[in-house]
Design a protein around this ligand. Structure first.
Ligand SMILES: *Cc1c(COP(=O)(O)O)cnc(C)c1O
Ligand SMILES: [Zn+2]
Length: 433
């Protein structure tokens, strides 16, 4: 098959490992290219590295057919991902192809007339979008001969790594802030790997992991979001692919995405751009909106202040999965929001809880706090006239409310507790609503 080099201008050297269409790593800042390997920073300018591809050049119809004939998970997009062609046959947790729910009840409540959709990633194997990124990182770990899978996590990633490692037959040792929700801790521990609570916040955990990578103790370890980060990030492109395919190979007009490190938002944009380049969707403008919690809103603060750089914050919010005070991809998120005509906004913890309940009440979807952040910001931006209610809008729900029960447990309890008799039921004035 003829190939075309999409990122970078230098001809790619023959890669030493088989990661399918992945041709090289390229620096986001200076464009320098490197052989595929467990690298994450440019040797020349320290810029972050990303995967560059030899993408297929056949007709869009052919590629579309090939994708549609693929499995009902992210591997249907294997021709666009850094994975070997036979990836679907290996032991993997096979995430993806989650529901795109047409949220008509919610649309009515918010006054959206152009079509409102919830991309519900709580349906993944460990109930968050993190299964997508980890599945790709596992393939890179295998290719580079790593025997231990690791990560610094705000909660969901630890569970996803634990599960994927168990399935792939790799050891795992994952690191989390010590004060996470019980649901996240149990979910990370149950798969049998080592789970280490670090006394500090996520940014402390991340710093610790960077030190561990440089130490002999960390030899043979693939940290999915550190030394495997360029591959890991590519998993989020599948959200863009799925949303467009599920809309009938069409770009949405507006898409609202939560921000922790900013990787997901950045790579969804990369995925949309690839679909346009490949002719799989018609090229038209789309806007990308980023969502943060007020208690950890470094990117939103920079957006509103008109800054290009992100000033780190100390997180204090119930949206712990998004509590990264020093987001690695913050500046790229700002670029994308500004380039597409979108915005970055934040909501209070109270608005997060309200939004969790709004989604549950209108659509029967119980999202985690990150989902509350995203829907809360969507509502706020509609009310502010920033999100256009007459256009097609997709809200990404990235996790499952069962992992963050504390956020709503105070206000979500039994309506009444009664004796098992009709008399008691009637006396309590129930069942007539
Ligand atoms: C990790 C996470 C995100 C966002 O992560 P990025 O670091 O911005 O890619 C969003 N929602 C949930 C539930 C998460 O766990
Ligand atoms: Zn560089």
């Amino acid at each position: 098959m003829a190939v075309q080099t999409v990122a970078g201008s230098t001809a790619s050297s023959t890669p030493a490992v088989d990661l399918g269409p992945a041709a090289a790593l390229s620096c986001r800042e200076c464009g320098e290219r490197f052989e595929l390997g467990p690298l994450f920073a440019c040797a020349s300018c320290f810029g972050p590295l990303e995967v560059a591809y030899d993408l297929p050049t056949g007709s869009p119809e052919e590629l579309r057919k090939r994708i549609e004939a693929g499995p009902d998970n992210i591997w249907r997009y294997a021709p666009l991902l850094p994975v070997p062609a036979d990836v679907a046959e290996k032991p993997n947790i096979n995430p993806g192809f989650t529901k795109l729910v047409k949220a008509d009840n919610l649309a009515r409540e918010l006054g959206v007339t152009g079509g409102l959709y919830v991309k519900d990633d709580s349906g993944n194997p460990t109930h968050s979008f993190k299964d997508r990124v980890v599945a790709i990182a596992v393939e890179a770990a295998r290719a580079f001969g790593f025997t231990t899978l690791s990560c610094s996590s705000t909660g969901n990633l630890a569970g996803a790594v634990g599960a994927a490692a168990a399935r792939a037959g790799l050891r795992s040792c994952v690191f989390i802030p010590h004060d996470l929700e019980q649901g996240k801790v149990v979910m990370a521990a149950v798969y049998g790997g080592e789970l280490v609570g670090i006394e500090g916040n996520y940014d402390d955990v991340n710093r610790f992991c960077s030190e561990l990578i440089g130490d002999p103790l960390g030899e043979g370890w693939g940290f999915v979001n550190v030394n495997l980060r360029p591959y890991y990030g590519e998993g989020s492109k599948t959200l863009a692919y799925e949303i467009c395919e599920q809309l009938g190979w069409r770009l949405p007009d507006q898409i609202v995405i939560p921000i922790a490190s900013g990787s997901q938002l950045t790579k969804i944009d990369k995925g949309l751009q690839e679909l346009i380049k490949l002719g799989l969707v018609e090229d038209k403008p789309y806007k990308i909106f980023g969502a943060q919690a007020e208690g950890c809103s470094p990117v939103s603060a920079a957006f509103k202040a008109g800054h290009d750089v992100v000033r780190p914050q100390k997180p204090n919010t119930i949206a712990k999965s998004l509590a990264i005070g020093n987001p690695a991809d913050g500046p790229y998120v700002l670029d994308i929001a500004r380039r597409t005509g979108g915005a970055v906004e934040d909501v209070t913890d109270e608005q997060v809880v309200d939004a969790i309940k709004l989604l549950a009440r209108t659509e029967g979807i119980f999202g985690e706090t990150a989902g509350g952040v995203t829907l809360g910001v969507t509502k706020k931006l509609i009310e502010a006239g920033v999100i256009d209610p007459t256009l097609t809008t997709v809200v990404v729900n990235t996790g499952d409310g069962l992992k963050t029960l504390d956020a709503v447990s105070a206000t979500s309890q039994a309506t009444a507790t009664i004796k098992p008799s009709l008399e008691a039921f009637r006396a309590a004035g129930l069942g007539t609503a």
